[in-house]
Design a protein around this ligand. Structure first.
Ligand SMILES: O=P(O)(O)OC[C@H]1O[C@H](O)[C@H](O)[C@@H](O)[C@@H]1O
Length: 453
């Protein structure tokens, strides 16, 4: 099986190789801390050895649940937000047909998502769409108390029970949550839903290889064993015992931290296949929540090329020089499309006749890389052999491990997200949630001071 590759030659103008190598021992110590739990966040290291420790029974239980949901449903709604949805969506979108929801002869349900916003129109339109569909729900929340998925689930549960009755609804709802805590656990126990547990020691953004990601991915019809196998390969290749020069995650972690120290405050994750859009969304949460704290951290951004070359390309080429790019390149597309001859050649494209579209895409990729490097943007290239389960599994673990090491190199706890609570507190205070009386009084005072006069 081929492995992902990383080309870092286009960072050397900013960061000489010896500067990278000098950080090797520090990065290896950070990696070691992920195994011995000697640094902050040691309660959340369950993801480190997860790929190599998933058992046959665990695979089987997920696959069986997927088969039964698939057989009962034409549509499955994945309810969740942040780490409880982005991993599944990243992999399903990357592997699915780009027009999946338009396919009529289907063997697999359409997957749709809910609980990832508070948009009333979205929920209205979803409910209308589902009214005449055989649908089921995978409800995912680690804490079991997050507002967005809870609101969506309440509505969808009502709809499903109204359509098929309480007893059949029970067969079509699966809950993935904490083993004991939270409102979703209580609800699942009372309603007797099939459940899967999110381990205590795995945070949401590191949970894609638990049932959180694996169940929706299996329901969508993809091979979770290959996905986990890819991740396990990367687990082995990035172990604390692997020398720094060969440890891609450690090298990537060092490069981004050293570039950050040199004023490169924004990292742009680039893809040349729009199917990877949600992979970038997953990556943004992984790095954004892990590193953005203590007034520090690279801002993780993402673009889809060549699409965004026609919108953001100008900024990247000539805007403030505080950015670097990490490109995910797919070596071999899954299908072949050749550019045809045209007798009139009015579009002037006959010079491309007989070439695959991917050859044009690859030249756009190479041309852009050279232009951006010339324009002062360091470039890291990550190449995956194909867009398949194995490669995506490698990529997931590559970034997870890099993120853990990178957070420790930066000197933050990469496994908490205390800042996310600030908006929730204000929202609860404004909504006058019981228990928030003091906060309600304070925020009302603040608002009246702000808008006085
Ligand atoms: O799975 P849940 O507990 O519902 O959390 C879902 C998401 O929301 C939170 O506010 C956190 O910022 C995320 O890290 C988390 O992934």
């Amino acid at each position: 099986m081929s492995s992902i590759k990383m080309n870092i030659q286009h960072v050397y103008n900013w960061l000489p190789e010896e500067d990278i190598l000098r950080q090797g021992p520090t990065a290896t110590a950070c990696n070691q801390a992920l195994y011995d739990g000697s640094r902050e966040g040691s309660d959340f290291l369950g993801w480190v050895k997860l790929p190599s420790t998933i058992t046959e029974d665990q695979f089987k239980e997920i696959e069986d649940a997927a088969v039964s949901l698939r057989s009962a449903c034409k549509v499955v709604v994945v309810v969740g937000i942040g780490g409880s949805y982005l991993g599944a969506r990243a992999i399903i979108d990357a592997l699915n047909n780009s027009f999946d929801w338009l396919q009529t002869k289907r063997e697999r349900p359409v997957i749709v998502y809910a609980g990832n916003s508070l948009s009333e129109d979205y929920l209205y339109e979803l409910i209308k769409y589902l009214e005449d569909k055989d649908f089921g729900i995978i409800n995912i929340s680690k804490s079991g108390t997050t507002t967005e998925p809870a609101v969506a689930f309440r509505l969808l549960k009502d709809l499903l029970e109204e359509k098929v009755g309480k007893s059949e609804a029970r067969n079509r709802i699966i809950a993935i949550t904490d083993a004991e805590k939270g409102a979703l656990r209580t609800l699942a126990t009372i309603e007797k839903y099939k459940t899967f547990v999110i381990p205590d020691d795995i945070g949401g953004r590191y949970s894609v290889l638990t049932p959180v990601g694996l169940l929706p991915i299996a329901v969508a019809g993809f091979d979770i064993r290959k996905l986990v196998h890819g991740a396990a390969t990367m687990e082995k290749n990035t172990g604390a015992n692997v020398a720094f020069e060969y440890n891609l995650s450690a090298i990537y972690a060092v490069i981004r931290n050293e570039l950050y120290k040199k004023g490169k405050k924004i990292e742009i994750l680039v893809n040349y296949h729009p199917k990877l859009h949600y992979f970038a969304e997953w990556w943004k949460q992984l790095f954004g929540e892990s590193e953005g704290k203590d007034n520090k951290g690279i801002f993780p951004a993402a673009v889809d090329f060549t699409t965004d070359l026609h919108s953001m390309g100008q900024w990247i080429q000539e805007g403030e020089r505080t950015i670097f790019e990490t490109v995910i390149s797919i070596k071999e597309p899954n299908y072949k499309v050749v550019i045809p001859h045209d007798n009139q050649n009015l579009d002037g494209l006959n010079y491309l006749e007989g070439k695959r579209v991917d050859e044009v895409n690859k030249m756009a990729e190479l041309g852009t890389r050279i232009a951006h490097v010339d324009g002062g943007v360091p470039n890291i290239l990550i190449e995956i052999p194909k867009l398949d389960e194995e490669s995506l599994g490698q990529l997931i673990y590559f970034f997870e491990k890099a993120c853990g090491i990178s957070g420790y190199l930066l000197g933050v706890n990469p496994f908490n997200q205390p800042g996310v609570e600030a908006y929730k507190r204000n929202m609860f205070a404004l909504l006058e949630k019981p228990g928030y009386e003091e906060e309600t009084r304070a925020i009302k005072q603040k608002l009246s001071d702000l808008y006085k006069g």
